[in-house]
Write a protein that binds this ligand. Structure first.
Ligand code: AMP
Ligand code: ZN
Ligand code: ZN
Length: 417
Protein backbone atom coordinates (compact mmCIF):
# COMPACT_ATOMS: atom_id res chain seq x y z
CA UNK A 1 0.00 0.00 0.00
CA UNK A 2 2.84 2.37 0.91
CA UNK A 3 4.35 1.74 -2.52
CA UNK A 4 1.04 2.32 -4.29
CA UNK A 5 0.79 5.68 -2.49
CA UNK A 6 4.35 6.51 -3.51
CA UNK A 7 3.53 5.68 -7.09
CA UNK A 8 0.42 7.82 -7.04
CA UNK A 9 2.25 10.78 -5.58
CA UNK A 10 4.65 10.47 -8.51
CA UNK A 11 1.84 10.15 -11.04
CA UNK A 12 0.04 13.13 -9.48
CA UNK A 13 3.18 15.16 -9.99
CA UNK A 14 3.09 14.24 -13.68
CA UNK A 15 -0.68 14.95 -13.85
CA UNK A 16 -1.43 11.43 -15.10
CA UNK A 17 -2.92 9.81 -12.01
CA UNK A 18 -6.62 10.38 -12.62
CA UNK A 19 -6.51 9.29 -16.21
CA UNK A 20 -4.74 6.09 -15.13
CA UNK A 21 -6.85 5.16 -12.12
CA UNK A 22 -9.58 3.18 -13.89
CA UNK A 23 -7.04 1.16 -15.86
CA UNK A 24 -4.92 0.31 -12.85
CA UNK A 25 -7.96 -0.64 -10.82
CA UNK A 26 -9.85 -2.68 -13.38
CA UNK A 27 -10.87 -5.80 -11.50
CA UNK A 28 -11.70 -8.07 -14.36
CA UNK A 29 -11.28 -11.64 -13.22
CA UNK A 30 -8.65 -13.70 -14.98
CA UNK A 31 -8.26 -17.38 -15.53
CA UNK A 32 -4.93 -18.05 -13.83
CA UNK A 33 -4.00 -21.04 -16.00
CA UNK A 34 -3.92 -18.68 -18.93
CA UNK A 35 -2.05 -15.82 -17.26
CA UNK A 36 0.40 -14.06 -19.51
CA UNK A 37 4.16 -14.12 -19.88
CA UNK A 38 5.39 -10.52 -20.09
CA UNK A 39 8.89 -10.01 -21.53
CA UNK A 40 10.21 -6.57 -20.61
CA UNK A 41 13.38 -5.01 -21.98
CA UNK A 42 15.10 -1.99 -20.48
CA UNK A 43 17.60 -1.16 -23.21
CA UNK A 44 21.21 -0.66 -22.04
CA UNK A 45 20.45 -1.48 -18.37
CA UNK A 46 23.84 -2.71 -17.15
CA UNK A 47 24.19 -5.65 -14.74
CA UNK A 48 25.14 -3.37 -11.81
CA UNK A 49 22.41 -0.73 -12.31
CA UNK A 50 19.93 -2.27 -9.83
CA UNK A 51 21.64 -0.61 -6.90
CA UNK A 52 22.73 2.71 -8.40
CA UNK A 53 19.73 4.45 -6.89
CA UNK A 54 16.77 3.57 -4.64
CA UNK A 55 14.43 1.31 -6.64
CA UNK A 56 11.57 0.01 -4.44
CA UNK A 57 9.75 -1.85 -7.20
CA UNK A 58 12.80 -3.62 -8.61
CA UNK A 59 13.62 -4.76 -5.09
CA UNK A 60 10.05 -5.89 -4.46
CA UNK A 61 10.27 -7.97 -7.66
CA UNK A 62 13.61 -9.42 -6.55
CA UNK A 63 11.93 -10.66 -3.35
CA UNK A 64 9.13 -12.17 -5.44
CA UNK A 65 11.44 -13.96 -7.88
CA UNK A 66 14.95 -14.87 -9.00
CA UNK A 67 17.68 -12.53 -10.18
CA UNK A 68 20.65 -13.65 -12.28
CA UNK A 69 24.13 -12.26 -11.62
CA UNK A 70 24.08 -11.15 -15.27
CA UNK A 71 22.51 -11.88 -18.62
CA UNK A 72 25.22 -12.57 -21.19
CA UNK A 73 24.62 -10.83 -24.51
CA UNK A 74 25.75 -12.19 -27.86
CA UNK A 75 28.39 -10.52 -30.01
CA UNK A 76 28.24 -7.71 -31.03
CA UNK A 77 26.65 -6.27 -27.88
CA UNK A 78 24.24 -3.91 -29.66
CA UNK A 79 20.48 -3.46 -29.54
CA UNK A 80 19.11 -5.05 -32.69
CA UNK A 81 21.40 -8.07 -32.55
CA UNK A 82 20.59 -8.86 -28.92
CA UNK A 83 16.87 -8.20 -28.89
CA UNK A 84 16.60 -10.56 -31.82
CA UNK A 85 18.80 -13.19 -30.14
CA UNK A 86 16.58 -13.04 -27.05
CA UNK A 87 13.43 -13.83 -29.04
CA UNK A 88 14.97 -16.33 -31.51
CA UNK A 89 17.52 -18.16 -29.32
CA UNK A 90 20.11 -17.73 -32.08
CA UNK A 91 23.57 -16.20 -32.33
CA UNK A 92 23.73 -13.27 -34.75
CA UNK A 93 25.45 -15.39 -37.42
CA UNK A 94 22.31 -17.56 -37.44
CA UNK A 95 19.53 -14.93 -37.30
CA UNK A 96 21.01 -12.54 -39.85
CA UNK A 97 20.87 -9.32 -37.81
CA UNK A 98 24.65 -9.09 -37.52
CA UNK A 99 24.84 -5.41 -36.50
CA UNK A 100 22.66 -2.28 -36.15
CA UNK A 101 24.16 -1.21 -39.51
CA UNK A 102 24.63 -3.90 -42.16
CA UNK A 103 25.33 -4.47 -45.81
CA UNK A 104 24.02 -7.51 -47.66
CA UNK A 105 26.34 -8.47 -50.52
CA UNK A 106 23.67 -10.68 -52.10
CA UNK A 107 20.76 -8.22 -52.21
CA UNK A 108 23.14 -5.21 -52.32
CA UNK A 109 21.00 -3.43 -49.72
CA UNK A 110 21.99 -1.45 -46.63
CA UNK A 111 20.28 -1.80 -43.23
CA UNK A 112 20.23 1.07 -40.76
CA UNK A 113 18.06 0.97 -37.62
CA UNK A 114 16.67 4.48 -38.15
CA UNK A 115 15.48 3.55 -41.67
CA UNK A 116 12.10 2.09 -40.67
CA UNK A 117 11.02 1.00 -44.16
CA UNK A 118 14.25 -0.98 -44.57
CA UNK A 119 13.95 -2.43 -41.04
CA UNK A 120 10.46 -3.67 -41.91
CA UNK A 121 11.63 -5.65 -44.96
CA UNK A 122 11.09 -9.33 -44.14
CA UNK A 123 14.23 -10.51 -45.95
CA UNK A 124 16.54 -9.20 -43.18
CA UNK A 125 14.96 -11.34 -40.46
CA UNK A 126 15.88 -15.04 -40.26
CA UNK A 127 15.11 -17.56 -37.54
CA UNK A 128 11.77 -17.71 -35.76
CA UNK A 129 10.91 -15.17 -33.06
CA UNK A 130 8.79 -16.38 -30.15
CA UNK A 131 5.69 -14.53 -31.31
CA UNK A 132 5.83 -16.37 -34.64
CA UNK A 133 6.21 -19.75 -32.90
CA UNK A 134 3.31 -18.82 -30.61
CA UNK A 135 0.96 -17.49 -33.30
CA UNK A 136 1.63 -20.56 -35.51
CA UNK A 137 0.45 -22.72 -32.62
CA UNK A 138 -2.67 -20.64 -31.96
CA UNK A 139 -1.25 -18.68 -29.00
CA UNK A 140 -1.90 -14.95 -29.29
CA UNK A 141 0.94 -12.47 -28.84
CA UNK A 142 1.23 -8.70 -28.46
CA UNK A 143 4.16 -6.35 -28.75
CA UNK A 144 4.42 -2.99 -27.04
CA UNK A 145 7.54 -2.57 -29.21
CA UNK A 146 10.32 -5.09 -29.76
CA UNK A 147 13.00 -5.25 -32.39
CA UNK A 148 11.58 -7.17 -35.37
CA UNK A 149 7.94 -7.04 -34.28
CA UNK A 150 6.88 -4.61 -37.01
CA UNK A 151 8.28 -6.78 -39.83
CA UNK A 152 6.46 -9.77 -41.22
CA UNK A 153 8.61 -12.80 -40.39
CA UNK A 154 7.72 -16.16 -41.96
CA UNK A 155 4.53 -14.37 -43.00
CA UNK A 156 3.52 -13.65 -39.38
CA UNK A 157 3.33 -10.61 -37.07
CA UNK A 158 2.10 -10.51 -33.46
CA UNK A 159 -1.72 -10.28 -33.21
CA UNK A 160 -1.26 -6.84 -31.62
CA UNK A 161 1.71 -4.56 -32.39
CA UNK A 162 2.54 -0.88 -32.87
CA UNK A 163 5.00 0.81 -35.22
CA UNK A 164 8.09 1.86 -33.27
CA UNK A 165 7.94 5.39 -31.87
CA UNK A 166 10.64 6.35 -29.39
CA UNK A 167 8.58 9.28 -28.07
CA UNK A 168 5.61 7.05 -27.06
CA UNK A 169 5.34 7.79 -23.29
CA UNK A 170 6.63 5.19 -20.88
CA UNK A 171 3.49 4.99 -18.76
CA UNK A 172 1.24 4.69 -21.81
CA UNK A 173 3.26 1.64 -22.85
CA UNK A 174 2.42 0.03 -19.50
CA UNK A 175 -1.25 0.94 -19.85
CA UNK A 176 -1.34 -0.65 -23.30
CA UNK A 177 -0.10 -3.91 -21.77
CA UNK A 178 -2.79 -3.72 -19.06
CA UNK A 179 -5.41 -3.06 -21.75
CA UNK A 180 -4.36 -6.24 -23.55
CA UNK A 181 -4.53 -8.16 -20.28
CA UNK A 182 -8.11 -6.91 -19.84
CA UNK A 183 -9.29 -8.30 -23.17
CA UNK A 184 -11.80 -11.15 -23.06
CA UNK A 185 -10.15 -14.55 -22.94
CA UNK A 186 -10.52 -15.37 -26.65
CA UNK A 187 -8.79 -12.13 -27.64
CA UNK A 188 -6.25 -11.91 -24.82
CA UNK A 189 -2.56 -12.35 -25.72
CA UNK A 190 -0.58 -14.85 -23.68
CA UNK A 191 2.86 -13.58 -24.70
CA UNK A 192 3.46 -9.83 -24.40
CA UNK A 193 6.61 -7.79 -25.00
CA UNK A 194 7.30 -4.35 -23.54
CA UNK A 195 10.29 -2.13 -24.36
CA UNK A 196 11.91 0.99 -22.83
CA UNK A 197 14.89 2.88 -24.30
CA UNK A 198 15.45 5.27 -21.35
CA UNK A 199 18.57 3.77 -19.74
CA UNK A 200 20.31 3.33 -23.10
CA UNK A 201 19.66 6.89 -24.24
CA UNK A 202 20.82 8.42 -20.94
CA UNK A 203 23.87 6.12 -20.92
CA UNK A 204 24.93 7.11 -24.45
CA UNK A 205 24.45 10.82 -23.91
CA UNK A 206 26.02 11.17 -20.46
CA UNK A 207 27.90 7.96 -19.66
CA UNK A 208 26.93 5.13 -17.28
CA UNK A 209 28.08 6.98 -14.15
CA UNK A 210 25.90 10.05 -14.79
CA UNK A 211 23.00 11.47 -12.77
CA UNK A 212 20.91 11.15 -15.95
CA UNK A 213 21.33 7.37 -15.87
CA UNK A 214 20.24 7.36 -12.22
CA UNK A 215 17.12 9.33 -13.15
CA UNK A 216 16.38 6.90 -16.01
CA UNK A 217 16.65 3.97 -13.58
CA UNK A 218 14.20 5.68 -11.20
CA UNK A 219 11.77 6.30 -14.07
CA UNK A 220 11.96 2.66 -15.12
CA UNK A 221 11.35 1.52 -11.55
CA UNK A 222 8.21 3.67 -11.49
CA UNK A 223 7.01 2.31 -14.83
CA UNK A 224 7.48 -1.23 -13.52
CA UNK A 225 5.66 -0.16 -10.36
CA UNK A 226 2.67 0.86 -12.41
CA UNK A 227 2.62 -2.51 -14.14
CA UNK A 228 2.99 -4.36 -10.83
CA UNK A 229 0.17 -2.40 -9.18
CA UNK A 230 -1.98 -3.03 -12.26
CA UNK A 231 -1.40 -6.78 -11.95
CA UNK A 232 -2.09 -6.66 -8.20
CA UNK A 233 -5.37 -4.77 -8.71
CA UNK A 234 -6.44 -7.64 -10.99
CA UNK A 235 -5.28 -10.23 -8.47
CA UNK A 236 -2.98 -11.87 -11.01
CA UNK A 237 0.47 -10.77 -9.83
CA UNK A 238 1.28 -14.27 -8.51
CA UNK A 239 0.13 -16.06 -11.67
CA UNK A 240 1.69 -13.73 -14.19
CA UNK A 241 5.25 -14.40 -15.35
CA UNK A 242 7.37 -11.26 -15.56
CA UNK A 243 10.74 -11.51 -17.29
CA UNK A 244 12.60 -8.26 -16.77
CA UNK A 245 15.84 -7.98 -18.72
CA UNK A 246 18.13 -5.86 -20.84
CA UNK A 247 20.02 -6.37 -24.08
CA UNK A 248 23.56 -5.27 -23.07
CA UNK A 249 25.41 -2.95 -20.70
CA UNK A 250 27.25 0.34 -21.21
CA UNK A 251 30.89 1.49 -20.98
CA UNK A 252 32.25 4.96 -20.39
CA UNK A 253 34.20 6.51 -23.25
CA UNK A 254 36.21 9.73 -23.45
CA UNK A 255 36.12 11.96 -26.51
CA UNK A 256 39.90 11.74 -26.99
CA UNK A 257 39.72 7.94 -27.35
CA UNK A 258 38.86 8.16 -31.00
CA UNK A 259 40.14 5.71 -33.59
CA UNK A 260 39.97 7.17 -37.07
CA UNK A 261 39.36 4.32 -39.46
CA UNK A 262 40.45 6.58 -42.32
CA UNK A 263 44.02 6.07 -41.07
CA UNK A 264 43.73 2.45 -42.12
CA UNK A 265 41.18 2.40 -44.91
CA UNK A 266 41.04 4.71 -47.93
CA UNK A 267 37.53 5.61 -49.05
CA UNK A 268 38.24 4.17 -52.50
CA UNK A 269 39.34 0.80 -51.09
CA UNK A 270 36.38 -0.41 -49.10
CA UNK A 271 32.88 0.14 -47.85
CA UNK A 272 32.91 0.78 -44.09
CA UNK A 273 29.60 -0.08 -42.41
CA UNK A 274 28.92 1.21 -38.91
CA UNK A 275 30.99 3.06 -36.33
CA UNK A 276 31.30 3.13 -32.57
CA UNK A 277 32.42 -0.15 -31.05
CA UNK A 278 32.32 -2.18 -34.27
CA UNK A 279 32.78 -1.49 -37.98
CA UNK A 280 32.21 -3.99 -40.78
CA UNK A 281 34.69 -3.47 -43.63
CA UNK A 282 34.04 -4.66 -47.18
CA UNK A 283 37.23 -4.25 -49.25
CA UNK A 284 36.84 -4.00 -53.04
CA UNK A 285 39.15 -6.99 -53.62
CA UNK A 286 42.12 -9.04 -52.41
CA UNK A 287 44.64 -6.28 -53.11
CA UNK A 288 42.71 -3.78 -50.98
CA UNK A 289 42.26 -6.35 -48.19
CA UNK A 290 46.02 -6.93 -48.09
CA UNK A 291 46.73 -3.19 -47.93
CA UNK A 292 44.35 -2.64 -45.01
CA UNK A 293 45.80 -5.59 -43.09
CA UNK A 294 49.33 -4.32 -43.76
CA UNK A 295 48.54 -0.81 -42.45
CA UNK A 296 47.04 -2.22 -39.24
CA UNK A 297 50.08 -4.43 -38.74
CA UNK A 298 52.49 -1.53 -39.06
CA UNK A 299 50.41 0.82 -36.88
CA UNK A 300 48.39 -1.09 -34.28
CA UNK A 301 45.78 0.92 -32.36
CA UNK A 302 43.30 0.51 -29.52
CA UNK A 303 41.24 -1.99 -31.45
CA UNK A 304 41.36 -5.51 -32.76
CA UNK A 305 41.04 -6.47 -36.36
CA UNK A 306 39.50 -9.81 -37.21
CA UNK A 307 39.14 -11.42 -40.58
CA UNK A 308 36.14 -13.63 -41.11
CA UNK A 309 38.53 -16.62 -41.03
CA UNK A 310 40.27 -15.77 -37.73
CA UNK A 311 37.20 -14.60 -35.79
CA UNK A 312 37.35 -15.86 -32.15
CA UNK A 313 35.03 -18.90 -32.02
CA UNK A 314 33.35 -17.65 -28.83
CA UNK A 315 31.93 -14.70 -30.82
CA UNK A 316 29.92 -17.11 -33.01
CA UNK A 317 30.41 -14.50 -35.69
CA UNK A 318 31.63 -15.93 -38.95
CA UNK A 319 28.92 -17.89 -40.76
CA UNK A 320 26.58 -15.27 -42.17
CA UNK A 321 27.09 -13.59 -45.56
CA UNK A 322 26.38 -10.18 -43.95
CA UNK A 323 29.51 -10.51 -41.76
CA UNK A 324 32.22 -8.66 -43.68
CA UNK A 325 35.68 -10.05 -44.61
CA UNK A 326 37.27 -7.63 -42.12
CA UNK A 327 35.78 -6.58 -38.76
CA UNK A 328 37.22 -3.80 -36.58
CA UNK A 329 36.31 -4.06 -32.88
CA UNK A 330 37.37 -1.17 -30.62
CA UNK A 331 38.88 -1.90 -27.22
CA UNK A 332 36.41 -1.03 -24.48
CA UNK A 333 36.54 2.70 -23.73
CA UNK A 334 37.52 3.55 -27.33
CA UNK A 335 35.42 4.28 -30.42
CA UNK A 336 35.75 3.95 -34.17
CA UNK A 337 34.87 6.96 -36.27
CA UNK A 338 34.62 6.88 -40.02
CA UNK A 339 34.36 10.59 -40.82
CA UNK A 340 37.29 12.85 -41.58
CA UNK A 341 36.05 15.76 -39.47
CA UNK A 342 36.60 16.58 -35.78
CA UNK A 343 34.36 14.57 -33.45
CA UNK A 344 31.50 16.55 -31.88
CA UNK A 345 31.01 14.11 -29.02
CA UNK A 346 30.71 15.34 -25.41
CA UNK A 347 33.81 14.98 -23.21
CA UNK A 348 32.42 11.76 -21.70
CA UNK A 349 29.75 9.51 -23.16
CA UNK A 350 28.62 5.87 -23.18
CA UNK A 351 29.02 3.08 -25.72
CA UNK A 352 28.43 -0.66 -26.10
CA UNK A 353 28.94 -3.19 -28.85
CA UNK A 354 32.28 -4.47 -27.53
CA UNK A 355 33.37 -8.04 -26.72
CA UNK A 356 30.26 -9.64 -25.20
CA UNK A 357 32.18 -11.28 -22.34
CA UNK A 358 33.35 -7.97 -20.77
CA UNK A 359 31.75 -7.17 -17.36
CA UNK A 360 30.53 -3.73 -18.53
CA UNK A 361 28.66 -5.33 -21.45
CA UNK A 362 26.59 -7.61 -19.19
CA UNK A 363 22.84 -7.16 -19.03
CA UNK A 364 20.25 -8.00 -16.33
CA UNK A 365 17.71 -10.80 -15.88
CA UNK A 366 14.99 -11.01 -13.23
CA UNK A 367 12.03 -13.42 -13.32
CA UNK A 368 8.90 -13.69 -11.20
CA UNK A 369 5.95 -16.05 -11.57
CA UNK A 370 4.63 -19.46 -10.58
CA UNK A 371 7.54 -21.38 -12.17
CA UNK A 372 10.33 -19.34 -10.51
CA UNK A 373 11.78 -19.50 -6.97
CA UNK A 374 11.28 -16.52 -4.66
CA UNK A 375 13.99 -14.27 -3.27
CA UNK A 376 16.72 -16.18 -5.08
CA UNK A 377 20.03 -14.97 -6.49
CA UNK A 378 21.42 -17.09 -9.32
CA UNK A 379 24.40 -17.21 -11.66
CA UNK A 380 24.83 -16.17 -15.27
CA UNK A 381 22.05 -16.66 -17.80
CA UNK A 382 22.81 -16.58 -21.54
CA UNK A 383 20.34 -14.64 -23.61
CA UNK A 384 20.19 -17.30 -26.34
CA UNK A 385 18.70 -19.66 -23.72
CA UNK A 386 15.63 -17.49 -23.19
CA UNK A 387 13.81 -18.67 -26.31
CA UNK A 388 13.58 -22.30 -25.12
CA UNK A 389 12.78 -21.10 -21.58
CA UNK A 390 9.88 -18.90 -22.72
CA UNK A 391 8.59 -21.53 -25.16
CA UNK A 392 8.41 -23.91 -22.20
CA UNK A 393 6.57 -21.32 -20.05
CA UNK A 394 4.07 -20.78 -22.88
CA UNK A 395 3.73 -24.55 -23.41
CA UNK A 396 4.52 -24.22 -27.12
CA UNK A 397 6.80 -26.42 -29.20
CA UNK A 398 10.12 -24.60 -29.74
CA UNK A 399 11.95 -24.47 -33.05
CA UNK A 400 15.67 -25.42 -33.33
CA UNK A 401 17.95 -22.82 -31.71
CA UNK A 402 21.45 -22.26 -30.30
CA UNK A 403 19.94 -22.14 -26.80
CA UNK A 404 19.94 -24.84 -24.15
CA UNK A 405 16.82 -25.41 -22.06
CA UNK A 406 18.48 -27.75 -19.53
CA UNK A 407 21.25 -25.21 -18.85
CA UNK A 408 18.90 -22.29 -18.25
CA UNK A 409 16.26 -24.17 -16.25
CA UNK A 410 18.99 -25.29 -13.83
CA UNK A 411 20.39 -21.76 -13.36
CA UNK A 412 17.01 -20.10 -12.84
CA UNK A 413 15.67 -22.93 -10.65
CA UNK A 414 12.68 -23.50 -12.91
CA UNK A 415 9.86 -25.47 -11.29
CA UNK A 416 8.28 -28.18 -13.42
CA UNK A 417 4.72 -26.95 -12.76
P1 AMP B 1 21.92 1.20 -30.07
O1 AMP B 1 22.11 1.87 -28.78
O2 AMP B 1 22.58 1.93 -31.20
O3 AMP B 1 22.29 -0.23 -30.07
O4 AMP B 1 20.35 1.27 -30.41
C1 AMP B 1 19.41 1.74 -29.49
C2 AMP B 1 18.28 2.39 -30.22
O5 AMP B 1 17.50 1.43 -30.94
C3 AMP B 1 17.28 3.04 -29.29
O6 AMP B 1 17.62 4.37 -28.99
C4 AMP B 1 15.97 2.94 -30.02
O7 AMP B 1 15.55 4.20 -30.48
C5 AMP B 1 16.24 2.01 -31.19
N1 AMP B 1 15.21 0.99 -31.24
C6 AMP B 1 14.83 0.15 -30.26
N2 AMP B 1 13.83 -0.66 -30.65
C7 AMP B 1 13.55 -0.33 -31.92
C8 AMP B 1 12.61 -0.80 -32.88
N3 AMP B 1 11.76 -1.77 -32.59
N4 AMP B 1 12.61 -0.21 -34.09
C9 AMP B 1 13.50 0.79 -34.39
N5 AMP B 1 14.40 1.27 -33.53
C10 AMP B 1 14.43 0.74 -32.31
ZN1 ZN C 1 20.42 -1.61 -26.67
ZN1 ZN D 1 22.70 1.85 -27.10
Amino acid sequence: MRMLLLLFSFLLSTGEAFALLPVIESLQSQNSSNSPVILISMDGFRADYWDKVETPYFHELMKRGMTASNLKPVFPSVTFVNHFSIVTGLFSENHGIVNNSMWDPFTQRAFEIRDISEVDRSEWWEGEPLWVTAEKQGVKSASMFWVGSSAEIKGVRPTYWLPYDRSFPRLKRVLKVLEWIDLPEEKRPKFITLYFEDADEAGHAHGPESKEVKQAIKNLDEALGLLWEGLKARGIEEDTTLLLLSDHGMAQVERENRIRTSQYIKLSEARVVGKGAIALVWPKGKKETARILERVKSKPGHFQLFTKENMPPQFHYSKHRRISPIVFVANQGWYLDTDLFPSIKPAVFGLHGYDNSLPEMQAVFLATGPRFPKNQKAGEVQNIDLYPLIANLLKIKPSQTDGNFERVSKVVGLKSK
